[in-house]
Design a protein around this ligand. Structure first.
Ligand code: URA
Ligand code: SF4
Length: 240
């Protein structure tokens, strides 16, 4: 679909045209004498060594935080496991919890169209993951201890994929990946680093669905991401 049609369909046109040119370490194990295999430090270390298959199994059976009690299923992540682009959202919503795939509800439709607007497509050189893998009840934000419990999984997904660029979608992902309390407004428009990977920040698509005036900023962020990626690819070519 040509870019203009995509944007029109989403009521982003002509708004966008106008602009178109760590989580804390788990608490120390108190039963230090004979630490069981699932002690927090051991758990994190074990996860950080897993291959994709082991990681998927670990997530699907995980009970490390209270979110496992209310989930239908954990939502691992989807896409090209060697992608140049990685997008990180907040956590599954109702539809994601039902289908087991990130960003398949309303916000996901907008995300797919944002990707299309910069000639990207789910699953093609793009990997999509969430900060927490299980749905927070009533779509509340994940609590800090839930984000901390889920931290090693995303860290391992990033290490296995080694994307060239991460886009943090919204506050929860940005604050977790950059280990900061800063706002999206103050973090966007800059090239950051997380887990040794260049990272940019933009608004969460669910927020954009409610906030028309920030759609043009999200479009600026996507343009910034495209030029950052071009710079990173050129640097990689020069080095080889
Ligand atoms: N919002 C998110 O942050 N992630 C999803 O997977 C869906 C909605
Ligand atoms: Fe485990 Fe993460 Fe699900 Fe919590 S949200 S149960 S840490 S997979």
């Amino acid at each position: 679909m040509p870019r203009q049609d995509v944007l029109q369909e989403l009521n982003l046109w002509p708004v966008w045209r106008l602009r178109a040119d760590n989580a804390p370490k788990p608490a120390e194990d108190t039963a230090a004498v004979s630490a069981p295999a699932c002690a927090p430090e051991n758990r994190r270390e074990a996860i950080l060594k897993m291959d994709w298959a082991a990681l998927k199994t670990a997530v699907s059976t995980c009970t490390a935080c209270r979110l496992h009690e209310t989930r239908t299923q954990a939502v691992f992540g989807v896409g090209d496991e060697q992608a140049d682009w990685m997008l990180v959202g907040e956590g599954p919503g109702a539809e994601e919890d039902r289908q087991g795939e990130p960003f398949v509800g309303q916000a996901g439709k907008l995300l797919d169209n944002m990707l299309a607007a910069i000639d990207l497509k789910r699953g093609r050189n793009v990997y999509i993951a969430n900060t927490v893998k299980c749905r927070p009840p009533e779509n509340r934000n994940p609590e800090p201890d839930e984000v901390a419990a889920c931290e090693p999984y995303l860290t391992r997904q990033i290490a296995l994929t080694r994307p060239r660029l991460i886009i943090a979608l919204g506050k929860v992902a940005a604050q977790r990946l950059l280990e900061t309390d800063s706002t999206i407004a103050s973090l966007r428009g800059k090239l950051h680093q997380a887990e040794g990977i260049p990272l940019i920040v933009t608004y969460h698509p669910a927020y954009l669905l409610r906030s028309l005036q920030d759609k043009s900023k999200a479009w600026e962020d996507l343009c910034f991401a495209v030029s950052a990626m071009q710079g990173l690819q050129n640097t990689a070519q020069d080095a080889s």
